[in-house]
Write a protein that binds this ligand. Structure first.
Ligand SMILES: Cc1cc2nc3c(=O)[nH]c(=O)nc-3n(C[C@H](O)[C@H](O)[C@H](O)COP(=O)(O)O)c2cc1C
Length: 186
């Protein structure tokens, strides 16, 4: 075990991983664009709010600034290679949908694109934007929810039915164990 005092940027800032990867979908500039993100999370239950942290360097950031809505989708481990590819190129340089032959699902509650192949997804109405250091937190209000019913039959995700895509940092991915420790008091 070692201790490091930190004044500026640390050599590594990966200790809060593994984290579930989401894909942000947003339309603008005449195209649908998708980027993976691990800096995200639930922020409020009522109203249901979910936030994503996006760097101003991303094409998605430009689109999110202008958009009224965006999507966030949750994909299985099996799609790791595709998701890594989506995070390696910018929609500024190529249309990822046609370049990668992506399946796009249209939002039902909002005008948003969703990357096909998810086990769950959110259609989010854009709310506040908060600049936090070198990323901006875009907060979305849940207006549409998609879920693979069998995967959530227990009331929460069953990892035996859908293996979330986990990110460890440095482009390393994994999946959770299928076993669940259910500690609900009966
Ligand atoms: C697994 C993974 C997670 C990422 N998480 C984030 C994130 O949370 N926020 C962010 O701004 N960029 C994140 N990125 C980087 C963007 O996805 C990447 O720069 C992408 O090419 C941006 O695409 P765009 O320019 O079309 O928006 C991540 C990349 C990968 C591969």
């Amino acid at each position: 075990m070692r201790f490091l005092e930190v004044s500026g940027k640390p050599a590594r800032f990966v200790h809060f991983y593994p984290a579930v990867v989401v894909v942000i979908g947003v339309s603008g500039a005449g195209r649908d664009n998708f980027m993976p993100a691990v800096w995200h999370g639930g922020l409020s239950f009522d109203p249901p709010l979910f936030g994503v942290g996006v760097s101003p360097k991303r094409f998605s950031y430009e689109l999110l600034r202008e958009a009224a809505a965006f999507s966030v989708s949750f994909h299985p481990f099996e799609q790791a290679a595709l998701i890594q590819r989506l995070g390696s190129v910018s929609g500024r340089d190529l249309d990822k949908v046609s370049a990668f032959g992506l399946e796009v699902v249209r939002g039902r509650a909002l005008e948003v694109p969703l990357l096909g192949g998810f086990y769950a997804a959110y259609e989010l109405e854009k709310g506040s934007e908060l600049q936090t250091g070198d990323h901006t937190l875009f907060v979305g209000r849940l207006r549409g929810l998609w879920e693979e019913e069998e995967a959530f039959a227990a009331g929460a995700l069953d990892p035996a039915r859908a293996a979330s895509l986990l990110y460890y940092g440095r482009y390393r991915y994994g999946r959770p164990e299928p076993e669940v420790l259910d500690l609900e008091e009966r």
